[in-house]
Design a protein around this ligand. Structure first.
Ligand code: NAI
Length: 332
């Protein structure tokens, strides 16, 4: 089978090379071009397509793919918001994704971010930069003494709960669809509010949707224990950033670690080093010593990239050959 691998990044090449060696029966060609009305002609002569879009393909792309005999688009991502699933279906094209590629990558990152705050690494670094070797302001807290609220106990939240529990934390969870495996490491609270009550660490792992937009607002933050920290490696919109800043300013919260930010789309993955951000809230978050900002990289490990590349290629091959795959995305 001839597979076109679009939108390749340098970090994907080793995994692609390994897959090609293990599957000599398939012929894969890679390009850095992403799928668009200008590039869709590249699919001529190919049987299958895997892509990773940073912008959505234009509507006419689906008809062009159909005309070229392509029956699938295999996205090397978990999210599928780049695609018009209904339009794709109208043109006989199935969209597949890689829904679970390494929950552990995000779980490890959430744990590391929490430890960065509880062991006061920012303050340590700041003092050492000034050659101040005194202990003042560096008193840490141990996870085994803390109550950790995990909101959303799906693939990532469950693994995060396991890692915190392994270090002795008391883990409390909330999920409208409870998961038996979670009860081996933590206890479910009957409501989201009760999970927050008195928590020292809050970590967010539910999807962003209208019902969860700003679910962590001023009232939710007020339920946390004094001195609590908030870790958001879920989606920026889950958290009301202004309410977070107010809770940090009042001293109710001692820190926050944000891998996602409400208005991140125009910034993350781009080089803004020579431009004014024009976003005073992001500027403030970046400048604060009590906030650890990271640019949506919690997922970004060698293991995750390998799983996305392999998953993307296998879905492409399977869906092109059979017309379906286990991870076909349905219209909303
Ligand atoms: P999942 O679908 O396995 O788990 C999500 C869980 O949230 C489900 O169990 C669901 O029942 C639960 N949930 C839904 N509404 C809820 C609510 N109101 N309160 C509490 N729980 C609720 O998804 P997975 O793979 O664990 O991913 C979770 C989220 O993590 C994704 O939706 C995505 O936004 C984020 N993510 C972040 C990444 C990063 O690099 N920072 C990478 C990948 C995912």
């Amino acid at each position: 089978m001839k597979i076109l691998f679009m939108g390749i990044r340098d970090d994907e090449r080793p995994a692609l090379d390994r897959w090609m060696q293990e599957h000599p029966q398939h012929d894969v060609e890679a390009t850095t071009e992403i799928l668009s009305a200008d590039t869709v002609g590249m699919v001529d002569g190919f049987d299958a397509l895997t892509v990773q879009q940073v912008i959505p393909p234009e509507p006419e792309v689906y008809a062009a793919l159909q005309a070229a005999g392509i029956r699938q688009i295999s996205s090397r991502t978990a999210g599928t918001d780049m695609y018009d699933i209904a339009l794709a279906q109208k043109h006989g094209i199935v969209i597949t994704n890689v829904p679970v590629y390494s929950p552990n990558a995000i779980a490890e990152f959430a744990l590391t971010s929490a430890l960065y705050l509880t062991r006061r690494f920012a303050q340590i670094e700041q003092k050492l930069q000034h050659r101040d070797f005194r202990f003042g302001g560096l008193l840490g807290r141990e996870l085994a003494t803390l109550r950790v609220a995990v909101l959303g106990t799906g693939s990532i939240g469950l693994q995060t709960a396991r890692l915190f529990a392994a270090l002795g934390a008391t883990v409390v969870g909330y999920d409208p669809y409870p998961n038996d495996a979670f009860t081996e490491v933590g206890q479910y609270a009957p409501s989201l509010e009760e999970a927050l009550d008195g928590a020292d660490v809050l970590t967010l792992h539910m999807p962003l949707m209208p019902a969860t937009h700003h679910v962590i607002d001023q009232a939710a933050l007020a339920r946390l224990a004094p001195g609590a920290i908030v870790v958001n490696s879920g989606r920026g919109g889950l958290l009301d950033t202004q309410a977070l800043l107010a809770a940090l300013d009042s001293g109710h919260l001692s820190g926050a670690a944000l891998d996602t930010y409400e208005n991140e789309a125009q910034f993350y993955r781009y080089d803004w080093s020579d431009r004014d951000l024009g976003d005073p809230v992001l500027e403030q978050l970046l400048d604060r010593e009590d906030v650890l900002m990271t640019p949506h990289v919690a997922f970004y490990t060698e293991t995750a990239v390998e799983n996305l590349v392999v998953g993307g290629l296998e879905n492409a091959e399977l869906a092109a050959r059979t017309g379906t795959a286990p991870s076909v995305v349905s219209p909303a």
